[in-house]
Design a binder for this molecule. Structure first.
Ligand code: ACO
Length: 158
């Protein structure tokens, strides 16, 4: 894990670079929704040996707060600490920008995501009932559980 982190280059996406849809769609199957929030998001890339291995999109939801709208790590690089690294980079950037909180939403069925966000200091703050039923055309199942509700988790920044 340490080995990987030392090799990571973390940089802001610049207009003209290829948009890493393959990764973004791992976190969010709706390209339409992805394109919509990317318009107003700051997108950051994690690269190893010039390969984009992770992405994180930060979307301002108020003067005081940003939402992580998308976080994804390339499949073969998952479980090696890169997701936690991206979350911690996002927290640092959001703090430096003077914001008071950062939040993230995930499905009730996304067990490992609920684990990783809470492990990184996010706490459940609200639930958007039936979000996945109302916003996605196909039913989504993970871990044998239907994704119905959006669980919002927030980290307060001091
Ligand atoms: N294999 C093994 N362990 C895993 C795995 C996995 N696939 N996923 C998570 N873990 C465990 C790790 O062991 C680690 O636990 P530990 O800190 O106790 O050792 C913990 O979960 C965190 O793992 P990281 O390695 O930091 O996370 P990772 O680099 O795998 O990134 C992420 C997590 C972004 C969720 C990644 O698995 C992924 O891209 N998943 C598919 C896309 C996705 O679901 N994105 C989130 C959707 S919600 C949103 O975007 C707002």
């Amino acid at each position: 894990m340490e080995h990987f982190i030392q090799e990571i280059i973390f940089q802001k996406y610049e207009i003209g670079q290829e948009i890493p849809y393959e990764l973004l769609l791992l976190a969010d199957p709706s390209k339409e929704l992805v394109d919509k929030y990317l318009e107003n998001s700051d997108l950051y890339l994690a690269k190893i040996n010039d390969i984009v291995v992770g992405v994180i999109a930060l979307f301002p939801i108020s003067d005081d707060s940003v939402e992580i709208k998308n976080i994804a790590v390339k499949q073969e690089y998952q479980g090696k600490g890169i997701g936690s690294y991206l979350i911690n980079q996002a927290v640092q950037i959001t703090k430096l920008n003077g914001k008071k909180s950062i939040c993230i939403g995930t499905a009730n069925s996304s067990i490992s995501q609920l684990y990783i966000y809470q492990k990184n200091g996010f706490e459940i703050s609200s639930i958007i009932q039936n979000f996945f039923i109302n916003n996605y055309s196909e039913p989504i199942f993970e871990n044998g559980i239907q994704a119905k509700h959006m669980i919002m988790l927030t980290k307060v920044l001091f």
